[in-house]
Ligand binder design. Structure first.
Ligand SMILES: [Zn+2]
Length: 288
């Protein structure tokens, strides 16, 4: 494991938290490289201390991404970007973020992320065939398919990530991270936007909005924590304000998580349930 920390940051703090967190997870990839930096415009300062090639690919990824976990030429890389002030002084939130990025690397290692991606591909024909019943162009249908599938994949990866983090004993730290990252105390994560009731684009955005926030609260059903409870209440209010029908329509994936997360077929059942629910929503909105 290699840890590269930008000059000017408190190196021992980041080093120590990365070590504490990684000790609790396995299998860790090898090679495994951490880049910790603050300024997204000059990632070359920290990249310059590594041997990773090609540099250009990595620099581009660092400029584009906030904190994330990805591979370049079979090297697993974790970026921890200290772009929010709370990450500088809140140790728990920092550990929650590190745990989240580390578990993605672990799930690449075990093949879980690939399994989630592969399972999603079998829904393309189904989705396009169902959309053929509605008035829309082929491009609109393909665009809907691509966006909904990619947010579903993202959601499922993060649900698994956060469930495992809670099981590994970092639930409080993870809740602390999301609580600050989503600005739970101060505002609804997104302003009201769901108004055009008959547009496939609006349905797509409402589904994406819900699926992006779901991993921040659903796994906490298994973890009793004040921050997490407050977060769930706030996100539910936010759903009610922004996307009441979508929130209602997608209840099935939540009960499925509570009842069948440990089943071998959970991933397929998740997609089956989600796509059925999305089509019920499309029916409700577009068939008039
Ligand atoms: Zn994630």
């Amino acid at each position: 494991m290699e840890i590269h920390i930008e000059d000017g940051l408190e190196k021992s703090r980041y080093q120590q938290h990365i070590e504490t967190v990684t000790e609790q997870f396995s299998p860790l990839p090898d090679p495994f490289v951490f880049l910790v930096y603050e300024d997204p415009d000059s990632p070359e300062n920290v990249i310059g201390t590594t041997d990773i090639q090609p540099r250009s690919l990595l620099e581009e990824a660092c400029r584009r991404k906030s904190s994330s976990s990805f591979t370049v030429n079979d090297i697993d890389i974790i970026i921890i970007r200290i772009d929010d002030p709370f990450l500088k002084d809140n140790d728990d939130a920092l550990k929650g973020l590190i745990a989240h990025e580390v578990i993605h690397a672990v799930h690449r290692e075990t093949g879980l992320e690939e399994e989630i991606e592969d399972a999603s591909t079998q829904y393309s024909d189904l989705v396009l065939n169902r959309l053929a019943n509605y008035e829309m162009t082929k491009d609109e249908a393909i665009d809907f398919l691509r966006d909904v599938v990619s947010t579903a994949v993202f959601c499922l990866k993060d649900i698994h990530a956060n469930t495992d983090i809670i099981e590994a004993g970092f639930g409080d730290e993870l809740a602390e991270y999301y609580y600050h990252q989503l600005g739970i105390d101060s505002y609804c994560p997104l302003p009201r936007f769901y108004q055009d009731e008959t547009s496939i684009t609006q349905i797509k955005e409402a589904v994406a909005f819900e699926l992006q926030l779901t991993p921040a609260w659903l796994p906490f059903k298994k973890h009793d924590n004040e921050r997490a409870k407050r977060m769930q209440e706030q996100i539910e209010e936010c759903y009610e304000l922004n996307i009441p029908e979508t929130a209602k329509a997608i209840h099935g994936i939540c009960s499925l998580y509570e009842q069948a997360y440990d089943d071998d077929r959970f991933i397929e059942s998740f997609y089956d349930t989600l796509f059925e629910e999305i089509f019920d929503l499309v029916d409700l909105k577009l068939q008039d």
